[in-house]
Design a protein around this ligand. Structure first.
Ligand SMILES: NC(=O)c1ccc[n+]([C@@H]2O[C@H](COP(=O)([O-])OP(=O)(O)OC[C@H]3O[C@@H](n4cnc5c(N)ncnc54)[C@H](O)[C@@H]3O)[C@@H](O)[C@H]2O)c1
Length: 276
């Protein structure tokens, strides 16, 4: 049987790079996608011929579509995992007053690149993944999304990052059951602070060591999702060496429980949505 194939976005650095190496060790072939061409190509060359680097800005749909097409072809017509991992911090801060203006003195829009990369690109990536996963010999596959502990709590300095990572948690929970019907399991990791290039070097040096979550916990989470096909729509918080499965908040009353748990058939009829 041919080897399983993964696309990992944001693979030139940090968690994406570590997951690439981890999967290679387990016999996967990996397509590394990143905007950082220099590091990505260097890493891919060192890792050997089971790796393909694709220069991709995931926030550009056509580039991501090219990535999936190339990966599927390179993988010999199979695609088993989409690790939607690329992410950035806020590029402009909603709470600050650094307005820029057009010629009429109207504020220019806030830069929402973090939403484009962290959320919209993930949605488009899943859209593309479904298309290819349907063509696998056994239709289906897995998606692992990198959310953040900021997707469960908040990072007051980075409201757009926080919102984008919360959105990924909601997306994972909402898609879990429906995508399972297409044999696609979608889950999200919510890491606490991990030492990567996302954090400026001088801050990294000053960051309290006891609050750093090791990369090995990220690998543990991937292993858990890859080995267990019953996990679907799950969000797991990663802190220190532990995985904490985080469920949605409790319903305060029966009416809310009905809306959350039992109203799906009502909405399906309302939207006339074919499930598969
Ligand atoms: N480091 C942490 O403490 C931490 C905690 C929780 C979640 N995360 C999330 O983990 C993921 C990986 O980040 P990391 O910590 O490994 O940081 P990192 O900066 O080391 O890696 C992120 C990678 O994404 C790439 N990237 C950025 N924009 C891109 C784009 N438009 N298209 C393609 N690639 C792009 C970067 O070039 C980089 O290689 C991110 O989604 C991040 O939000 C990080």
């Amino acid at each position: 049987m041919s080897q399983p194939v993964a696309i990992i976005t944001g693979a030139s650095s940090g968690m994406g790079f570590a997951v690439t190496k981890h999967l290679l060790g387990d016999g996967w072939r990996v397509v590394m996608a990143d905007i950082d061409e220099e590091s990505g190509r260097k890493a891919a060359a060192e890792l050997g011929d089971q790796v393909l680097f694709c220069l991709t800005d995931v926030s550009c749909y056509s580039q991501q579509a090219d990535l999936f097409e190339k990966a599927f072809f390179w993988g010999g017509g199979r695609l088993d995992l989409f690790a939607a991992n690329a992410g950035i911090s806020d590029t402009q801060f909603l709470q600050k007053n650094d307005y820029q203006y057009d010629r009429n003195g109207i504020p220019l829009p806030l830069n929402l690149k973090a939403m484009d990369v962290n959320f919209t690109a993930v949605v488009q990536g899943i859209w593309l993944f479904k298309h290819y996963a349907r063509q696998n010999k056994v239709a289906g596959g897995k998606v692992v999304i990198t959310s953040s502990s900021a997707g469960l709590y908040q990072m007051t300095t980075n409201p757009i990052y926080t919102a984008s990572k919360h959105a990924l948690v909601g997306l994972t929970r909402a898609l879990g059951t429906t995508l399972d019907q297409q044999n696609i399991q979608i889950n999200a990791i919510c890491p606490a602070f991990v030492s990567t290039a996302l954090c400026p070097k001088d801050m990294l040096d000053r960051f309290p060591k006891e609050h750093i979550t090791p990369m090995s916990t990220v690998m543990k989470a991937y292993d858990t999702f890859l080995k267990d096909d019953t996990l679907n729509g799950q969000t797991v918080e990663l802190s220190q060496d532990q995985l904490y499965f985080r469920t949605k908040p409790d319903y305060p009353n029966e009416s809310q429980r009905w809306l959350g748990e039992d109203s799906a058939s009502f909405w399906e009829e309302a939207y006339k949505q074919p499930v598969v």
